[in-house]
Structures are given as structure tokens and as C-alpha cells.
Design a protein around this ligand. Structure first.
Ligand SMILES: [Zn+2]
Length: 672
């Protein structure tokens, strides 16, 4: 039997042969791919010829082609559709992949070749993109510890291997806690809930093999439950279960994992000559230093808490009017905030949903991309990796651009949240390779599936990331698509959300799923007027998380992260009825890998830019202005990491942004 992961993919668009894949194929495919990658790397480092860009950097670009292909499929599946076999393989692979990556970056002969090229870069006659790729390879090796010797080098390898194991454990514990907790709901418990929440609870019960409706910790179910359930006792139980993820004691408790991860990160930074992990991490980001990050967050913190405290007083008064004469608690906020929104904006989420069917919102995201960038979308047949997944061929002027997969529905085998990944990245070296891009979300299933406005925003957000991958136009995979500084990567996604708020887009696409009627003008106006509603709360819960993440890493590693978390929150004065958006034991951004460690601030850093970038369209007098759209594609969406982020932004906009557009966009700037 040939392993379909290892044979050539000759089907349409060279998609992975999803229909033929068996879980048993992955382990041997990884073995073969790792063996091949090792041989390729050895051939480069042992090459008797003097190093050249072609025989070293370009050879590196192709060395892990098979591994990329296998890993691209596997890691997407393990996040979007995990099985016990896939989870076991993931645990097994974590140390192996980390060991391989260490082997490459700690390969002294290889580093010396790259270093020789780097030292002599002026004389190599490199094109700008090549010079950038060389710089980034050199930087990656130095930051991985390639310049370390002896004991320090060994310790670095051991730290990285242990960190990989710990972050995998962190994710799996979280998934287990999310999967294991549910609470059956009686008829009385459903009182006051809108129909869509009741339907979602029934669907969740069915999926868990229960006779009746259940409440789960899935964000798409628990958030509306907290918004709508008049049962304060149930809200408290649900909320406490939700925020206890990763902190339930026993085998899935993440607190000790978090402490060890922080200790190891600090040690790693010290080995590389940095004062602490935040200084190391931010050195290659647009923000550059912890002080720059703290400065941004604190400039937003003061107006955000002022707004949130004022809102808390209003909500407390509403609760007292209900005869509940205690303090407003975290499980009360969403409920009274929803009531206040209905009262003040005379508009409720449940009335909106029939106009926001999943199909209509996919259509809106596609149509916006057509108007801005001339892209066209044609649905194609699977099989893909799960029956819920849909696929489209993306073309422009008849030319193939990408395959886009949409995996929109929540299921127990999917980790929570929403994300975009490239199963295959765009590149031109060795022949044009078109990307395969996946958006994964956790929307509630239905017939038809109806989204909340928040869900629709998530769909646009992830599609913005997808555009960054699909419109990528670079030679080297190393800098393709979203391979940019972490605090720049959310710019395309958050910028794209702005088009959902364009009245013309909603007027055209937000149509009642049954009647096809457009959203009534009054409802549309209210929706748009409400877009800054409760931003005090949203900003506070986010900035609190971002500051805790920063302080965890900017200084000595805390021996007790939970105590450190409390200390940071007390110092900034977190309003009593608001908690962190992600508390430490389930702060996957920070502990399930290194992506957003000392980097959770990135969303806000990007928001400073997205608010300013969308203003460029508004200033042009047309939110679909073709000249501005061209500049956006040329300097940002197609450019990947081919130049430093601040240079790309300056080219696009002509100036760097301040924090005002962000405060204005969130309704936190009091008009003068
Ligand atoms: Zn994002």
C-alpha cells in the first residue's frame, strides 16, 4: 500500500487526497518526511562548495518540502477535527519536531554557511527580496541559539524540547476541560432564552449523546446564554465553569505548566543575552520594546476603565431595580448589558440573526473581495477533511489564485476559537505554487445557520487573514503570506472587519434567510449605531489580558503566575465586575506555543493601524476606492514579510498612525 501523504497529489488543484487519508498514514509519513528533510539539510551543510545564496538559502527553502506538506495537513486536522489517535500522534510528534528544528538551527556547519553569506551580503548582488530572506534566516538561527557553544547550546535544545511538550499539554488540557464539562438544562432552565440559544443547546445535547438540551463551554453557546438567561444562579455556575478551564485540579490543570513555561522562557532569553523574555520577543516586532507596548496599552486603559466604570454603575442600578441588591458580578455583566442595549438601542441580537445567515455573510465577504481586488469564487466539490467543510476555487481574470476552504461549524473535535491556516503556502521558487487556505470557525449549526453580528465579524476577520495568504506574491515561502511580524499580522484581518460595517455591504447582503427581504433600515441604523456599544468592557477585558501577558515576561519569571496575575490586575485597578478575557490557566494565545507570548498586545497594535488604514479609504471618498485597494494589495497583502512591517505600512499610507483613530473607533474618545 502506498501512503497517500507521500505520493504525488495529482487531483484537482493538487489538493491533499482527503478521501484516501487514514489516521495510520500520518506517523509513517512524518517519519519519511523527517528522514528526507534531515538528508537534505545534511547535503546543504556538508556541501564542499563555498556557500552561495542558491546552494544554501534556496536549498533550505526546498529542504523541508515533504515535511511541510505532511505537517500542513496534519496540524490543520489536529486542531479542526481531532481524534484520540491524532491527539496521541500530536503528543508523540511534539518532541520529535522540536528536536528536528533544534538540530537544524544548532547545525554549526549550516549556521557558518549562512553567517558567511550574511557577513558578505553586500558583495552577493542579491535582489531586495533575497537580501531580506537572508537577513531573516540569519536572525532565525541566531535567535534559536545557533551561535551558542557547548553547555549553553545543549541547554537551549533541552529547553525548546521541554517547551514544546508543555505547550502541547496546555492545549490538550484545555480541550479536555472544554469537552468534558456540560450541564443538562431543564425546560425551566431554558426560560427567557431566545430560540436560537435553545436550538443551539439542543444541538449540543445531541452531539454529546444526551436526551435533552445542554449547556457547554463553547463560546458560541455560553456567551449568548450569559447574555440572555434571567437565571442568575445558572449564569454564575456557567460563568465559573467557563473561567475555570485549565484550573480544575487533577490531570488537566494548567497552572503548574504555565509556571514552568515562564521559567524556561526566561532562561532561554538569558542564554541569548536578553534581559528577559519580553525584550527578546519584542526585538523583532514592530513595537521593538516592552515600554512601547506598555505605553500603548496604558494610553488606552485610562479612557477604557473610565467608560467601563460608568457602564458598571448603570448596570448595577438596573440589577437593583430587579430587586437584586448586591454588587454587580462578572456573570451579570452580559445579561444587564444586553437588556440595556435593547432598551437604549431598541434592538436585539435575536431579531438580527435571520438577516445574517452564514451563506449571506460568506457572500458578503466574497463580494467585498471581488470589488476590492477583482477576485472570483466558484464552489468546488470535495471530499475535504470533514463533511462540514466547503471549498472554493479563487480566480482573477480567469487565472487560478488559490483554493479556499471554509470549516465553519462548532463540533467537539474542534478546538475553540477561530483561525486561518495555509495548508499550502504561496511561493514561486521551483515553480508557481498556489496556496490552499483554510478558515476555521465555531459557529452554531442550524437550518439554516444564522450568525450573530459577532460571528459575522469573526468570519470577515478570518477572511482578511485568508486574503493575506491568497494574494501573497513572493518568491520565497519563508516570507509568504502571513509570515510577518506578529504585531503586524492582525492588520489585514482587522482591517477587513471594517467592510462589514459599510452600510452598502449589509444592505446588499444582510437579507432575511426565508423571505430574501433586506434588513429593515431602522434595524440597520441601530446595528451600526450600536457598534461601539460596551466597548469599555471589551477594551478592559482585553487590555487586562495583554498587560498580564506583558508583565509575565518583562522581568523575572513569577514562581506563582496566579499570584502575579492578581498583583498586575490589582495594580491597574481592574473593575470588579470584569475579568480578564483569557485568564492564565486557559490563556492559549500565550501558553499553547509561542505565537502570542509577550504578544497578546498585537491585536491592539494592529488595530491602531487598521483604524488608520480604513481611514485611507474614507479619505479617498469611496470605501472601494480602486487606487487605495491597489496600494493595499501591493504594499501589504501581496508583500508578506518581504520588507519590515513599518516600511510596508509607511509605503501604503505615507505616515505612521497615532492612537486617536482607535479610541474614536471604539467610542472611547469623548468629543471635545
Ligand atoms: Zn486574527
Amino acid at each position: 500500500m502506498t501512503n497517500p501523504l507521500l505520493s504525488d497529489w495529482t487531483g484537482p488543484f493538487s489538493l491533499p487526497p482527503f478521501g484516501a487519508l487514514q489516521d495510520d498514514d500520518f506517523a509513517p509519513a512524518f517519519e519519511a518526511a523527517l528522514t528526507e528533510a534531515r538528508a537534505n539539510i545534511r547535503a546543504i551543510s556538508d556541501n564542499p562548495e563555498a556557500p552561495s545564496f542558491a546552494n544554501t538559502i534556496e536549498a533550505m527553502e526546498g529542504a523541508e518540502a515533504l515535511l511541510d506538506r505532511v505537517a500542513g495537513v496534519f496540524y490543520n486536522l489536529s486542531g479542526a477535527d481531532s481524534t484520540p489517535a491524532r491527539e496521541a500522534l500530536m503528543r508523540d510528534l511534539a518532541p520529535k519536531m522540536a528536536a528536528f528544528s533544534s538540530e537544524v538551527t544548532m547545525n554549526r556547519a549550516l549556521f557558518e554557511r549562512i553567517d558567511t553569506l550574511w557577513q558578505g551580503r553586500e558583495g552577493l548582488g542579491l535582489a531586495p527580496e533575497q537580501a531580506r530572506v537572508l537577513e531573516l534566516y540569519h536572525q532565525m538561527f541566531v535567535r534559536a541559539g545557533a551561535a551558542l557553544d557547548g553547555e549553553a547550546a545543549n541547554r537551549m535544545a533541552a529547553i525548546k524540547e521541554r517547551l514544546a511538550v508543555l505547550s502541547t499539554a496546555f492545549s490538550q488540557n484545555l480541550l479536555a476541560d472544554e469537552r468534558d464539562w456540560f450541564r443538562p438544562l431543564t425546560e425551566a432552565d431554558l426560560e427567557g432564552l431566545p430560540e436560537f440559544v435553545v436550538a443551539a443547546a439542543h444541538a449540543a445535547g445531541q452531539e454529546r449523546g444526551q436526551d435533552g438540551p445542554v449547556l457547554t463551554l463553547n463560546r458560541s453557546l455560553i456567551v449568548p446564554f450569559l447574555q440572555f438567561s434571567p437565571r442568575r444562579d445558572l449564569r454564575e455556575i456557567a460563568y465559573e465553569a467557563w473561567v475555570a478551564r485549565g484550573a480544575n485540579g487533577g490531570e488537566t490543570d494548567n497552572r503548574e505548566n504555565a509556571a514552568e513555561i515562564l521559567r524556561l522562557r526566561e532562561e532561554r532569553a538569558h542564554l541569548l543575552g536578553f534581559a528577559n523574555f519580553a525584550a527578546f520577543k519584542l526585538d523583532t516586532e514592530m513595537a521593538k520594546t516592552p515600554d512601547q507596548v506598555r505605553d500603548l496599552l496604558m494610553r488606552v486603559w485610562a479612557p477604557a476603565t473610565a467608560k467601563a466604570e460608568a457602564d458598571a454603575a448603570t448596570l448595577t442600578a438596573m440589577m437593583h431595580a430587579d430587586g437584586i441588591n448586591t454588587d454587580l458580578e462578572a456573570w451579570d455583566w452580559r445579561y444587564y448589558s444586553e437588556k440595556r442595549r435593547v432598551a437604549e438601542h431598541d434592538f436585539d441580537e435575536a431579531a438580527l440573526k435571520p438577516y445574517l445567515s452564514l451563506d449571506a455573510m460568506i457572500g458578503a465577504a466574497f463580494d467585498t473581495a471581488s470589488r476590492l481586488f477583482g477576485l472570483e469564487f466558484r464552489e468546488i466539490d470535495g471530499p475535504f477533511y470533514h463533511p462540514d467543510v466547503r471549498g472554493w476555487e479563487v480566480t482573477r481574470k480567469g487565472k487560478h489564485v488559490a483554493v479556499f476552504l471554509g470549516d465553519y461549524f462548532a463540533r467537539a473535535s474542534k478546538r475553540s476559537g477561530a483561525w486561518c491556516s495555509a495548508m499550502r503556502s504561496q511561493k514561486k521558487l521551483g515553480g508557481e505554487t498556489a496556496p490552499i487556505v483554510v478558515n476555521v470557525c465555531n459557529f452554531t449549526k442550524g437550518a439554516p445557520a444564522l450568525l450573530s453580528y459577532d460571528d459575522a465579524r469573526t468570519l470577515f476577520h478570518e477572511f482578511g487573514h485568508a486574503l493575506h495568504q491568497m494574494l501573497s506574491d513572493v518568491t520565497y515561502q519563508f516570507i509568504s503570506g502571513t509570515s510577518v511580524a506578529r504585531d503586524f499580522v492582525e492588520l489585514p484581518s482587522q482591517l477587513y472587519e471594517h467592510w462589514l460595517e459599510v452600510p452598502a455591504v449589509l444592505e446588499k447582503h444582510a437579507r432575511h434567510w426565508k423571505t430574501g427581504e433586506p434588513m429593515p433600515k431602522a434595524l440597520l441604523d441601530k446595528l451600526l449605531a450600536a457598534s461601539t456599544y460596551d466597548q469599555g468592557f471589551a477594551t478592559v477585558e482585553y487590555v487586562a489580558s495583554a498587560l498580564v501577558d506583558l508583565e509575565f515576561h518583562d522581568g523575572p519569571a513569577p514562581s506563582d503566575p496566579m499570584a502575579k496575575q492578581d498583583e498586575v490586575l490589582a495594580a491597574i485597578g481592574l473593575p470588579k465586575a470584569i475579568r480578564m478575557r483569557h485568564a492564565t490557566p486557559h490563556f492559549a494565545h500565550v501558553f499553547s506555543g509561542d505565537g502570542y507570548s509577550a504578544g497578546y498586545y498585537s491585536y491592539m497594535w494592529s488595530e491602531v493601524m487598521d483604524a488608520d488604514a480604513f481611514a485611507a479609504f474614507e479619505e479617498a471618498g469611496d470605501v472601494f476606492d480602486p487606487v487605495t485597494a491597489d496600494r493595499l494589495e501591493q504594499f501589504i497583502l501581496s508583500a508578506g514579510g518581504s520588507r519590515p512591517a513599518d516600511e510596508l505600512y509607511l509605503e501604503f499610507r505615507g505616515k505612521m498612525p497615532g492612537v486617536e483613530a482607535l479610541l474614536k473607533g471604539r467610542g472611547l474618545l469623548e468629543p471635545a
